[in-house]
Write a protein that binds this ligand. Sequence first.
Ligand code: URA
Length: 239
Amino acid sequence: MRLDKLLGNNGFGTRKDVKQLIRKGTVKVNGTTEKDPGAHIDPETDTVTLLGEPVIHQEFIYLMMNKPQGVISATEDSRDRTVVDLLSPEEQRYEPFPVGRLDKDTEGLLVLTNDGKLAHELLSPKKDVPKTYFAVIDGLVTETDIHAFSEGVILEDGFHTKPGILKILEAGDRSEIELTITEGKFHQVKRMFEAVGKRVVFLKRLSMGTLRLDASLEPGAFRPLSDAELAELDPRKKG
Ligand code: URA
């Protein structure tokens, strides 16, 4: 990696700023002053300091966001604001992307990272990662629905879903439920309720694998995953 890129990527200013810092002789690589911004270094093995302070290289970023309604789960879009637009330039520098998609009108837990392997761990259909949603349903949700979901339902295109665990929190003309599923087909929760003749009017994701949405995050807010959350979520990061 170029020396100016390492400093730029780790919060020491714009590429122009860091070039100046390097040319002024403030940066050392393995104890020797390096004045060439284009010098190649290995962030894993070389020790880089700026005015004597070590430059710590962070390759990956892991964020938990409470996705608000009205923004789309993508990195860029010509019409709508995206979840990446909600981040500051500081985080955007790492080029994070959302792990999976929530609909524009769905709120809740979304992980943003630039770690493709973690994304694969969470999204691969083979891994059966459970995702739990809270939903408000237009209509009375009943024991019959719990039973139907426990066997998997047939969507309008003929797809037979895997079993889902449905919990009724409040039953009425408008019902409140929690649903845990291990698949992530397009509009899956909405389509599962359509399969039993009901309509989702509000949807929020509460958890994904071991990760639960931090209840203190307002819609649109985000924070880094803690080391413990990351270790739980990604078997590769354990011990
Ligand atoms: N199921 C849906 O229908 N929408 C989402 O955003 C997520 C799951």
